[in-house]
Design a protein around this ligand. Structure first.
Ligand SMILES: [Zn+2]
Length: 241
């Protein structure tokens, strides 16, 4: 699942000459989607393919409902200091996660095995405890995979884009919370930096970004395929469609 940040009345960050994050990230996301679909033969879904507003919780709910194997959210950064530049990649930190939101999303999504129960007590108490443990285990597994994916994608971007490396970070991004799969958020550059804004307007540079994100996803998939082949299990990430 590829997720272009913002959209509609939410323009996201805006650059000094008017480049809007929502427009930039939609275009980059489309380029990434094309590459992943054509070259990896993986089915790609997007949370939006036009200039529409999509609520944050609906983005991961859609990914859960579709049983997506990975969730990659694409954003551009902003900073009060115009000189701030570079790429950074986030994965969800469980400490920072809003567990209520995660729980609500999981319930709404009907991801039965990964559902965190809403209440305590009553006849369902034991089942609820087991479910809670399973949900927490799944979340920590997703977090390990999310961190791995974030590292690979961040390396791929900083190595090929001649851009500052702000590193892999963890934070409680609402858009990543509730995802029942490894999930990352990529900040492809600062639209508020005049030099970066100029580059980010260029179609060829957008292609370079898309290729770098694609290369990261491809490498992650190679690692994953190797590990699951070695372990001999049929993990959902290797599911073919
Ligand atoms: Zn954003």
């Amino acid at each position: 699942m590829l997720d272009a940040g913002h959209g509609g009345h939410d323009s996201g960050a805006v650059g000094p000459t008017g480049l809007m994050e929502k427009e930039l990230v939609l275009d980059v996301t489309r380029r990434v989607a094309r590459l992943v679909e054509e070259r990896l033969g993986i089915k790609v879904l997007v949370t939006r393919d036009s200039d529409v507003f999509v609520a944050l919780r609906d983005r991961t709910s859609f990914a859960n409902k579709e049983r997506a194997d990975l969730f990659v959210s694409i954003h551009a950064n902003a900073h009060r200091q115009a000189g701030t530049d570079g790429v950074e990649t986030y994965f969800l930190s469980s400490e920072a996660t809003d567990s209520t939101a995660r729980q609500v999303a999981a319930l709404e999504n009907g991801v039965v095995q990964l559902e965190k129960p809403a209440g305590r007590g009553g006849n369902g108490h034991k089942v609820d405890i087991v479910r809670t443990i399973l949900w927490d285990l799944a979340q920590s597994e997703f977090q390990i995979e999310s961190e791995r994916l974030a590292g690979i994608v961040n390396d791929s971007m900083t190595q090929s884009l001649r851009i500052g490396n702000r590193g892999v970070k963890q934070a409680g991004f609402y858009v990543l919370g509730g995802a029942a799969m490894p999930a990352i958020l990529i900040e492809i550059g600062f639209v508020t930096n005049p030099r970066e804004e100029r580059r980010l307007k260029d179609g060829r540079y957008r292609d370079e970004i898309a290729r770098a994100v694609f290369a990261g996803i491809a490498e992650y998939k190679r690692h994953w395929d190797q590990r699951t082949r070695a372990a001999g299990d049929g993990s959902p990430v290797t599911r073919t469609r």
